[in-house]
Design a binder for this molecule. Structure first.
Ligand code: NAD
Ligand code: UDP
Length: 315
């Protein structure tokens, strides 16, 4: 049995990861400050004696004897990471330093949840790990993008300077149950709007693209990455290469919910990337043939069922 720390464990992805790690027979500590996460996401795990929840902020040091650390703590939706940009940078950078310091002290292996945002508004398509990206250092997305880029740097430097065993994954747009009702990212926004019969808000002309991954595929990739040999650190892209425009996504959600909602257009936010698609050859090669299995309609249907239930319990 391994003792595993998951920072951001009460968030969308973290809660699925905690559940998976417990299912695999591990002892799991879920650490969260509940900025965007919620106890509701992990309450069903609390009867398990091998599960602990700790209210803590990763910008402060934390100590526990653990074998592995998954560092997910950081708001991920533009609405939330732009709410307090200085805090977002602190969470990424100081959170990374604190978790790397802990890993160094207790000889734990540590995985960083990095992001496709390190590629910014990319000139290379699809994005390969060797591409350095096109990121605005002084824009409204910079607190997140540059915070995550600096965290990657810290991970590599702790590895080279202090021999800390590290893993870096770059996660592409992921969705699924346990997303916050007010998350603000596109899949949950469109689904909640459709279920409430409200207008579906497309930013810009809707021709920008994203490649959407269902959360179960990501969690499988994360666990496989943690278990790779120590000499493989990444970074490695984890995402679903099937690429859609926001108009296509809106139409899919309208069809699957049968809503009478209409599409409306809002201005495109500054620095919004025009296209994004992962090249997943490296993940496929290094993570035992990993490929995403859940396609958009199946994953969106599961997410619609989740929000439908959530909205009914709140009413
Ligand atoms: P989320 O907002 O649901 O989860 C983030 C969690 O971190 C929340 O529970 C939040 O309360 C917690 N948190 C935030 N600041 C904290 C702090 N200072 N101390 C302790 N806890 C803190 O978002 P998510 O989609 O589950 O993202 C999880 C991780 O994966 C993030 O690091 C994010 O950058 C990364 N990621 C996600 C996606 C995606 O599409 N979902 C894509 C790329 C990267
Ligand atoms: N978007 C949109 N309507 C919304 C929310 C987002 O059209 O209600 C767009 C957004 O401008 C972006 C895409 O959807 O082009 C994905 O946005 P999200 O915030 O989900 O992720 P990110 O931009 O970080 O990839």
């Amino acid at each position: 049995m391994k003792r595993i720390l998951v920072t951001g464990g009460a968030g969308f992805i973290g809660s699925h990861l905690c559940e998976r790690l417990l299912k695999d027979g591990n002892d799991v500590i879920c650490l969260d400050n509940y900025f965007t996460g919620s106890k509701r996401n992990v309450v069903h795990l609390m009867d398990n004696h091998y599960f602990e929840v700790v209210r803590h902020d990763v910008t402060h040091p934390y100590f526990a004897e653990v074998d592995e650390i998954y560092n997910l703590a950081c708001p991920a939706s533009p609405v939330h990471y732009q709410y307090n940009p200085i805090k977002t940078v602190k969470t990424s950078v100081m959170g990374a330093i604190n978790m790397l310091g802990l890993a160094k002290r207790v000889h734990a292996k540590v995985l960083q949840a990095s992001t496709s945002e390190v590629y910014g508004d990319p000139f290379i398509h699809p994005q390969v790990e060797s591409y350095w990206g096109n990121v605005n250092p002084v824009g409204i997305r910079s607190c997140y993008d540059e915070g995550k880029r600096c965290a990657e740097t810290l991970f590599m430097d702790y590895h080279h300077q202090n021999n800390v065993r590290i893993k870096i994954i770059r996660i592409f747009n992921t969705y699924g149950p346990n997303m916050n009702l007010h998350d603000g990212r596109v899949v949950s926004n469109f689904i909640v709007q459709a279920l409430k019969g409200e207008d579906i808000t497309i930013f810009g002309d809707g021709m920008q693209t994203r490649s959407f991954q269902y959360v179960d595929d990501l969690v499988e990739g994360m666990v496989r990455m943690m278990n790779t040999p120590d000499d493989f650190c990444g970074p490695v892209n984890i995402g679903n290469p099937n690429e859609f425009t926001m108009l296509e996504l809106a139409q899919t959600i309208i069809d699957l919910t049968g809503t009478s909602s209409k599409i409306i257009f809002h201005p495109l936010p500054q620095d919004d990337p025009k296209q994004r698609q992962p090249d997943i050859s490296l993940a496929n090669e290094q993570l035992n043939g990993w490929v995403p299995k859940v396609q958009l309609k199946e994953g969106v249907n599961k997410t619609i069922a989740y929000f439908d239930q959530l909205l009914k319990t709140l009413n």
